[in-house]
Design a protein around this ligand. Structure first.
Ligand code: CP
Ligand code: NVA
Length: 307
């Protein structure tokens, strides 16, 4: 019996486990495209807790569980007892007696950790203020599909030093690539938990041009993440010169890919020309949330026991 393993941040799995999950994601994606039934999770249930909005995360987990033969149910703060103050520890105890796996999207990472500490089943982080591991799982799977191994490559992050950016940095260390991060002053990426990243993995700057020089992948995100809406006017001003546009893309490698976790704001963090242009792989990236997460769920619930 595999011990309960949670996926609360990207650093919860190692290089070898990622190699396995990316290989399985490829197999599951092919099977899905060939309309082959593969239902190892018949009768298994995922509880999904959403304290923030979502389109991709909800649909990819719900569709993925159905395709694997299981079921996913949606809970939010408004209609569950979480919104009336039931402690997360009690919620964890109850949900893990009725479901096989739990996914949560919330504000503080510490809440996800408390949930996991009181859950008898695996817990997956579907985004917190601090991290978005499922996104980077899909993004790296997408990079591998288009360009092969990400080891030794250069990824440029432009904009906010946020949850998605911080997860890219964890991935850089585990999978052996360099992350160059360009942020305005005051919005730099802060490294948590005393983690250390050497210059071979992390190059912070305030120059967007410097960050994209030599990049194999250019990526960005909204200027204002969920939960920070009160700062949006100040952020629009601070991030004005951190837009990914055709001029900026010229400084990256000629075959550099463009990614965005979505939702996007054309005309703010990225121009329509770039996100809808030939270097953009954002639709593959969104679809791959489902394939990569199916492989993740399979690994957390079945380990290496699958067909
Ligand atoms: N990228 C992402 O997590 O999208 P949603 O907010 O729509 O789930
Ligand atoms: N950084 C964004 C990602 C949305 C998928 C947010 O947290 O709102």
């Amino acid at each position: 019996m595999k011990p309960v393993g949670h996926y609360l941040q990207f650093s919860d799995l190692n290089h070898e486990e990622y190699r396995h999950i990316f290989e399985r994601a490829k197999v599951l994606k092919r099977r899905h495209s060939e309309k082959q039934l593969y239902q190892p999770l018949l009768g298994r249930v995922m509880s999904m807790i959403f304290e923030k909005n979502s389109t991709r995360t909800r649909v990819s987990f719900e569709a993925g569980m159905a395709q694997l033969g299981g079921h996913a149910m949606f809970l939010d703060t408004k209609t569950s007892q979480l919104g009336r103050g039931e402690p997360i520890e009690d919620t964890a105890r109850v949900l893990s007696r009725m479901s096989d796996i739990i996914m949560i999207r919330t504000f503080e990472q510490s809440l996800v950790e408390r949930l996991a500490a009181h859950s008898k089943v695996p817990v997956i982080n579907g985004l917190t203020n601090e991290y978005h591991p499922c996104q980077i799982l899909a993004d790296i799977f997408t990079f591998i599909e288009h360009r092969g191994s990400i080891k030794g490559k250069t990824v440029a992050w432009i904009g906010d030093g946020n949850n998605v950016c911080r997860t890219w940095l964890q991935a850089a260390k585990i999978l052996g690539f360099k992350l160059k991060v360009a942020t305005p002053v005051g919005y730099e990426l802060t490294v948590l938990d005393g983690e250390h990243y050497g210059p071979e993995h992390f190059e912070p700057t305030h120059s967007a041009v410097k960050a994209v020089e030599g990049a194999d992948l250019v990526t960005t995100d909204v200027f204002t993440s969920m939960g920070y809406e009160a700062e949006s006017a100040a952020r629009l001003e601070a991030f004005a010169s951190y837009q990914v546009n055709a001029e900026l893309m010229k400084h990256a490698k000629p075959d550099a890919l463009f990614m965005h976790c979505l939702p996007a704001h054309r005309g703010e963090e990225v121009t329509a020309e770039v996100i809808d242009g030939p270097q953009s792989v954002v639709w593959d990236e969104a679809e791959n949330r489902m394939h990569a997460q199916k492989a993740l769920i399979e690994y957390l619930l079945l380990g290496h026991q699958y067909d």
